[in-house]
Design a binder for this molecule. Structure first.
Ligand SMILES: O=C(O)CCC(=O)C(=O)O
Length: 262
């Protein structure tokens, strides 16, 4: 498998204004493409931010608008896009949904956030998903979980046991707990011997300030790239072979004792 160049677009989301965010993201992807990445990664709920009480009006119906824009950009630039997540209206419910697109613009993954974050009232406005998905990006088996999901190592492990080597994490993680974010991401990379590619937003909304520090971590736990707390496009190149190397060095998947804890 050949190396893959990633571009994580860490930006400030315009509160409750999908149109503004679609144009902002289109412009930022155009900017990122100057460096010719293989994969673009976006943050959580990037079309609306946490304007939860207005989701009935502004959530994307069946994700149609987002899928249309992302598919067109992926195809136009011949780039994979892990399109963060958006508020998706489906059959009278709203989910926090992540889509991924391949270079042909085909949607290859759909994941709905499983753990809803009560501290930010998610459970009052959103429905939780209950499915995991492993998809192939170039030749790299990958999975996406969203923000608060990283506090649940048992959930992440199920993706690894299903074959994932790379975990994408779109987020809107607030500044006061940014050290939790960093530590949890490092732990998920080390304990699963997987790449962790985590894209957070910056800026603020009426209730929270968001801390950035998007990160790319390798399966040994080395930080390959880390952003600051301002808007930034973070680039990193990963070598998918590194996963096999680390998993052979310390064979945790062979040494597990599921007879004791599953
Ligand atoms: O777990 C945390 O501290 C932050 C989670 C969060 O902001 C979210 O899931 O949207």
């Amino acid at each position: 498998m050949i190396a893959m160049k990633l571009a994580l677009i860490q930006f400030d989301i315009v509160f409750g204004k999908p149109k503004d965010n679609y144009s902002k993201v289109e412009h930022l992807i155009e900017k990122a493409m100057i460096e010719q990445p293989d994969v673009i990664v976006l943050p959580e709920m990037w079309t609306t931010g946490y304007d939860l009480s207005r989701l009935d009006a502004i959530a994307d119906k069946e994700g149609m608008e987002t899928k249309k824009q992302m598919a067109a950009l992926a195809h136009h630039y011949s780039v994979h896009i892990v399109a963060g997540s958006i508020a998706q209206q489906s059959q009278g419910k709203v989910y926090n949904t992540s889509f991924a697109f391949n270079r042909e613009g085909k949607c290859i993954s759909e994941y709905q956030k499983v753990h809803l974050f009560r501290l930010m009232d998610e459970e009052k406005f959103l429905h939780a998903g209950d499915q995991k998905e492993v998809f192939t990006l170039e030749a790299m088996p990958s999975a996406t979980v969203i923000c608060y999901d990283i506090r649940f190592p048992e959930w992440i492990r199920t993706h690894m046991l299903a074959g994932a080597h790379c975990l994408f994490v779109p987020a809107e993680w607030p500044t006061p707990r940014i050290e939790h974010w960093r530590t949890l991401l490092l732990s998920r990379a080390i304990e699963n011997q997987a790449f962790v590619v985590a894209c957070n937003r910056v800026g603020s909304d009426p209730k929270n300030a968001f801390g950035g520090h998007s990160m790319v971590i390798d399966p040994w736990g080395d930080i390959l790239a880390e952003a600051g707390d301002q808007e930034e496009i973070l680039f990193a190149t990963i070598d998918p072979e590194r996963v096999k190397e680390i998993r052979q060095t310390i064979p945790i998947y062979e040494d597990r004792r599921p007879d004791l804890y599953e």
